[in-house]
Design a protein around this ligand. Structure first.
Ligand SMILES: Cc1cc2nc3c(=O)[nH]c(=O)nc-3n(C[C@H](O)[C@H](O)[C@H](O)COP(=O)(O)OP(=O)(O)OC[C@H]3O[C@@H](n4cnc5c(N)ncnc54)[C@H](O)[C@@H]3O)c2cc1C
Ligand code: SF4
Length: 330
């Protein structure tokens, strides 16, 4: 591993100043992704700026009734927070579906959103990978890609984003707040991750050196009836091969409002807006749920070995929406 410096940031502006002074620096959250990537040589920072002592470790109710989640809140604390469990249950379920108890105790909200893809060619520095080394090629397109993207990919990269938390946050219109050398800013999560295009190494719209300070969830009464379901290759401690975050408000048998996001199908948590449009005003039954899922998945472009993801996502969406509709009817 390359030698690196270590500094513990005392305040937000000091952390941002350290990054501005050293372009090869990285923020250190729980280190559960970054340190692994340093060990394999994918990341080679000159300096780690530890942000875990910053006063960004609280979950608070906002004046309009939403939630403000600090960037250094651990995954465990987020999942256990009573207001998250009561008002955004799919978020608790998504976080608890990820990693292990020990990892969730270390991992932070900011780090979770910025964790890198698990594409095996990205983590293997001996293989071409456009995301790690722009212009070198994509080994996955002609190689091992059974867990790669079916939506929104490009000829330059077909990797998926691995976060479970991000899928639920996307369904609930979360907004990322940050501090940069030019001052504070915010980005809706829907604009936070950049389209892959021919620049897969550019993953987010964050300004260089920006520190994520938190995530704001707007009030969303529909989220109180929400669910996260994850499919993986073994029962626990595995990344998703497909996941769904959904919320449903059904009135007199008709969908009044729906939220739907897919995980492990694209380079970003995927908001299923075509499906949401199809659902709104439709009868709350399996046929309408399947039609909505089909509307979203019409844009899918599977590779030779990941076509299974299209029916998987359809079945998963129908199952989760059906469960939510049955709960509403009770
Ligand atoms: C064995 C294993 C299994 C896992 N399974 C899952 C799973 O099933 N689902 C899932 O979602 N995740 C899973 N994970 C990933 C885990 O959730 C992430 O590693 C973790 O959330 C990253 O958070 P962290 O705080 O440790 O980030 P770090 O490793 O500290 O940082 C990750 C990146 O974010 C940057 N960063 C950190 N904080 C900030 C900030 N405030 N502002 C700007 N940049 C910042 C760092 O510079 C780095 O680039 C797994 C990880 C492991 C090791
Ligand atoms: S899918 Fe993306 S991350 Fe994987 S090898 Fe291709 S360019 Fe690299």
């Amino acid at each position: 591993m390359k030698e690196f410096g270590y500094r513990r940031a005392d305040d937000v502006s000091g952390a941002v100043a350290l990054l501005a002074a050293e372009p090869e620096a990285r923020y250190l959250g729980g280190g559960t992704n970054l340190v692994d990537l340093m060990k394999t040589g994918v990341e080679r920072p000159a300096l780690l700026v530890d942000v875990r002592e910053l006063p960004l470790d609280r979950v608070e109710t906002t004046p309009d009734g939403g939630l403000r989640i600090g960037a250094t809140v651990t995954n465990s604390d987020l999942a256990a927070h009573p207001e998250v469990r009561r008002r955004y249950p799919a978020l608790t379920q998504a976080v608890l579906a990820g990693a292990s108890g020990q990892l969730r105790n270390m991992a932070t909200v900011g780090g979770n959103l910025l964790q890198r893809t698990r594409c095996g060619y990205f983590t293997d520095v001996t293989r071409p990978c456009n995301k790690r080394e722009p212009g070198s090629g994509c080994s996955a397109i002609e190689g091992e890609h059974h867990n790669h993207a079916v939506l929104g990919a490009s000829d330059h990269c077909v990797a998926v984003h691995p976060s479970d938390m991000g899928v639920a946050l996307t369904a609930f219109d979360a907004v990322v707040t940050y501090e940069s050398a030019d001052g504070p800013g915010e980005l809706p999560l829907s604009d936070f991750y950049l389209p892959v295009g021919d620049t897969p190494h550019r993953e987010t719209a964050l300004p260089p050196g920006a520190l994520i300070t938190g995530v704001t969830l707007p009030p969303a009464p529909v989220a109180a009836r929400s669910r996260y379901r994850k499919v993986r290759e073994r029962a626990s401690y595995a990344f998703a091969i497909g996941s769904v975050a959904a919320a449903l408000d059904v009135r007199d048998g008709v969908v009044h409002e729906a939220r739907l996001a897919f995980g492990a199908v694209a380079s970003r948590p995927w908001r299923a807006r075509a499906a949401e449009r199809a659902l709104t005003g439709a009868p709350a039954d399996a046929a309408a749920f399947a039609a909505a899922a089909d509307a979203e998945l019409a844009a899918a472009r599977p590779l030779p070995h990941n076509g299974y993801k299209v029916p998987l996502m359809r079945n998963l969406a129908v199952a989760v929406l059906t469960e939510l509709a049955e709960e509403t009817a009770r």
